[in-house]
Design a protein around this ligand. Structure first.
Ligand code: NAG
Ligand code: NAG
Length: 198
């Protein structure tokens, strides 16, 4: 865990130092991707497997509206061509919904693009970036999409287990804030036993 955290604290410093100062009234502006850290020496086989989505932040999210979101899982499976199948399973209206996105081949370290291959969520194509991870406890991911000429960013805290130590939650919050997000844009999903979450 130590190396991942050290990397992230350096990365946050860089984002803070280079962050654009301008702001718009409604949507908090997304920092350019160039300023978002990419985890060096990313090992995509080790990143595979199931993760719980524990922390959520983004300029399109409001804590009071979204904080009832139940904890769900996402599973990364590596294909031979270095793309991932990314399957989410989430409790929704008394049942479990699942949808898969597929990533195009990793072209640069820990960054890849995600596309819907099935499911109803439509349009979204995300640029996903693993900001930091230790592979066996936590990961912080940054997602960016452009929709109606607006840039949306999302940051997730992933855990291999359903809960993570407070220190990791704090680091996630600090990272989200370093991107210009505020407490109102940051929340944690609610633990649940639905959808056979073991
Ligand atoms: C990923 O999804 C594709 C399309 O559904 C499937 O053919 C492939 O076997 C899956 N790969 C893995 C590693 O599960
Ligand atoms: C995902 O949903 C489909 C139908 O919507 C179902 O057939 C499939 O078993 C589900 N997969 C999982 C892993 O829950």
């Amino acid at each position: 865990m130590a190396l991942g955290l050290l990397w992230l604290s350096l990365a946050i410093l860089v984002v803070l130092q280079t962050q654009a100062r301008d702001s718009t009234p409604d949507l908090i502006p997304a920092p350019p991707l160039l300023r978002v850290p990419v985890y060096p020496d990313f090992r995509n086989e080790q990143f595979q497997g199931k993760w719980y989505i524990i922390g959520y932040a983004g300029n399109g999210f409001k804590k009071e509206k979204h904080s009832k979101l139940k904890r769900y899982t996402v599973t990364y499976e590596l294909n031979n061509d270095d793309s991932y199948n990314v399957t989410s399973i989430a409790p929704r209206d008394q049942r479990c919904e699942n949808w898969t996105k597929i990533s195009t081949q990793n072209f640069r370290l820990s960054q890849f693009n995600l596309h819907n291959i099935e499911g109803n969520t439509g349009m979204s194509s995300y640029t996903a970036r693993v900001v930091t991870t230790d592979y066996d406890q936590f990961a912080i991911l940054h997602f960016r999409k452009v929709y109606n000429n607006q840039e949306y960013i999302k940051v997730n805290l992933y855990g291999r287990t359903k809960e993570l130590p407070t220190v990791l939650r704090k680091i996630f919050i600090n990272f989200a804030k370093s991107l210009g997000l505020t407490d109102d844009n940051i929340f944690f999903t609610r633990p649940t036993d639905e959808c056979k979450q073991r």
